[in-house]
Design a protein around this ligand. Structure first.
Ligand code: ADE
Length: 251
């Protein structure tokens, strides 16, 4: 049986998941709390990485080395970059890239030196299964979240996008900065701060990886508004609903 490692950056992003793990056992490694347990009979190790690429890479490394997970999923929130990627939508990564990595002129911009890759592919099978779980679990925000959050965040049935997610050690909170990113990487759907780092660790270890992000903002001048409340009220519950659907689909 496979053992899934589930990473989120912030505690509220995992709160709804931990509520559903009846038998979790907590272990602290390098300051991170790892919860091992079962969900629908499947082995799961859930952990909070904290924010940023180094924090995420450290966490992913321990998850693989110490807990022998054989696949890794990152869940949380991201800022929408591409037109049509709206607040409340979900993006499942097909590829991930570090937008702040630049060792030019020694290596092409974005390329991870000595690996020869700038884009890390997400595992296609795992990503398709998560995208299907999103489509079946998130049909009605009203059902998943209740009226208050649906009205407050003006949510519609989430669209599920699949494509490039870019990561960097910056919270993108100005329209000018997101325009620069869009111009440099026109196919980027969303921006966050951890995914591509975990993708690189998983690539090095040969462990299948997928990332699933709820869009909390448009990476513009209003990006910080209601950020925490959106995670609590929307993203955390979306993650739990999608994983619930994913694990039930495995039977
Ligand atoms: N995560 C959620 N929104 C983000 C943004 N605007 N920039 C970086 N990471 C994010």
């Amino acid at each position: 049986m496979s053992r899934l490692g589930l990473i989120a950056a912030l505690r509220p992003e995992l709160a709804a998941v931990l509520d559903r793990m009846p038998d979790e056992r907590r272990q602290v490694i390098a300051g991170r709390e790892y919860w091992s347990g079962h969900w629908h009979g499947h082995e799961l190790v859930a952990v909070l990485s904290r924010i940023g690429k180094v924090a995420a890479a450290t966490t992913a490394t321990a998850l693989i080395e110490r807990f022998a997970v054989d696949q890794v999923v990152f869940t949380g929130v991201a800022g929408g970059l591409a037109p049509g990627v709206a607040v409340g939508d979900v993006v499942v990564a097909s590829e991930l890239l570090q937008h702040d990595l630049d060792v030019s002129p020694l290596f092409p911009r974005y390329e991870v030196p000595l690996i020869g890759l700038s884009r890390f592919s997400a595992d296609a099978t795992l990503s398709q299964a998560l995208a299907s779980a999103c489509r079946s679990a998130l049909v009605s925000p009203l059902e998943t979240l209740g009226r208050e959050a649906t009205v407050e965040f003006n949510l519609h049935t989430p669209r599920v996008h699949q494509g490039l997610i870019v990561s960097g050690d910056r919270f993108v909170a100005t329209s000018a900065e997101s325009r620069v990113l869009r111009d440099a990487l026109p196919d980027a759907l969303a921006v966050e701060m951890e995914g591509a780092a975990v993708a690189q660790v998983c690539h090095d270890y040969g462990v299948p990886f997928a990332a699933l992000r709820t869009i909390s903002d448009r990476a513009d001048d209003a990006a910080h508004v209601d950020f925490q409340r959106f995670i609590d009220q929307v993203a955390s519950r979306y993650s739990a609903a999608v994983l619930e659907a994913y694990f039930s689909s495995l039977a």
